[in-house]
Design a protein around this ligand. Structure first.
Ligand SMILES: Cc1ncc(COP(=O)(O)O)c(C=O)c1O
Length: 352
């Protein structure tokens, strides 16, 4: 607290990111990063871009990257917006498209940055409870709202909605913006990108942080019809002209073009997820059906807080959220098979 703060600062509840430990040697399964690292072509492109040209500002619009993303999806570059991680893209989206007279709706158990953005931008919101199986029910998103945002797959549950449900939701609210946050879509869900042509109210947000192993580079993007993208550009150009530096643009472009690397590592991660889920079930965990690069797991008779600490004591970091209904769940990012085995060894010790 300080007398020097602007009044709004007193009211903020900042998002708390997962721990990034300073000491090495820990098995880090707490922030849904890729265990494999980025495509070698991305690293080569970043090295190549590290030259005298760094004295010049980067392309403020990230055109080459936007063109590459657009071409893969049959969209125009004008229908793509790039930003400094999808968190920044989402922040601009909240300010540019989700602040209306009526409340914004999102699930009660979801990405905890959403209420943080609402408080930052003064956006009224209501949360919609997940059902007993922790699923989003699109029927519960009624007409009394200003806009809707959902992750698909949802986080931290990992549960995905089928594309038909997303389509029904977007079509049921033709006068409202519906944002689908697809941070984890590549690990087993269907993207809503194919609906953009026919749905002027749909914005889809994705990231290079998860399936492309580039969380450290900070690149995210939104896809939608021109009028939605223009709103994001207006906010961005009132905030920071150059959200993606030269290295980020070069690395993200090379990563996007390396389809072979992307597919191989995504498939490896999905195989590890299925293997880990089975082993956790054998240890007495209930696992929600995950289409993401993490599993959300609860042990039959051990408390979440106890397991979190016991794992940490054995050098394994996972994440737990303290809120009601999920306090006994652990969100476990999928690591390499070796890292998953270290986790399982630690759990064996703790549970026996
Ligand atoms: C649902 C969801 N959306 C968006 C993000 C933000 O990702 P980034 O800012 O790294 O692109 C995350 C990060 O964990 C997430 O879980």
């Amino acid at each position: 607290m300080s007398q020097f703060w602007s009044p709004i600062v007193h009211t903020l509840t900042p998002y708390v990111a997962g721990e990034q430990p300073k000491q090495g040697g820990l098995i880090k399964l707490n922030t849904n990063e890729s265990p494999y690292g980025p495509s070698p072509l991305a690293i080569a492109a970043i090295k190549e871009a590290s030259d005298d040209a760094l004295r010049l500002y980067p392309d403020p619009t990230g055109l080459a990257l936007r063109q590459a993303i657009a071409a893969s999806h049959g969209l125009d570059a004008e229908e793509i917006f790039v930003g400094n991680g999808s968190d920044e893209v989402l922040a601009h989206t909240f300010q540019a498209l989700l602040n209306h007279e009526r409340d914004l709706l999102f699930p009660d158990i979801t990405y905890s940055f959403y209420p943080t953005y609402c408080r930052l931008y003064g956006i009224g919101f209501r949360t919609v409870p997940l059902d007993d199986a922790m699923r989003v029910r699109i029927e519960d998103y009624g007409p009394d709202c200003g806009a809707i945002i959902l992750p698909n797959p949802n986080a931290p549950t990992g549960i995905a909605l089928p594309l038909a449900d997303i389509e029904a939701l977007v079509l049921a609210h033709p006068q409202k913006v519906v944002v689908i946050d697809e941070a984890y879509v590549d690990f087993g869900a269907e993207s809503a990108v194919s609906l953009i042509r026919s749905c002027p109210n749909l914005l889809v947000v994705q990231t290079f942080s998860k399936s492309r192993g580039l969380a450290g580079l900070r690149v995210g993007f939104a896809m939608g019809q021109r009028h939605l993208i223009e709103a994001l550009e207006r906010v961005k150009d009132s905030f920071n002209s150059y959200p993606l530096d030269r290295l980020a643009q070069a690395g993200a472009l090379a990563s996007w073009q390396d389809q072979e690397w992307f597919t191989r590592h995504r498939d490896m991660l999905i195989a590890s997820r299925e293997r880990l889920s089975l082993s956790l079930q054998q240890l007495g965990f209930t696992i929600l059906p995950s289409s993401a690069n993490f599993v959300f797991a609860r042990h039959t008779d051990r408390k979440g807080a106890e397991l979190l600490q016991a794992l940490r004591d054995r050098g394994v970091l996972v994440r737990r959220f303290g809120s009601e209904r999920i306090e006994d769940f652990l969100r476990i990012s999928i690591g390499t098979d070796e890292e998953c085995d270290r986790l399982l060894d630690a759990l064996h010790q703790i549970l026996n």
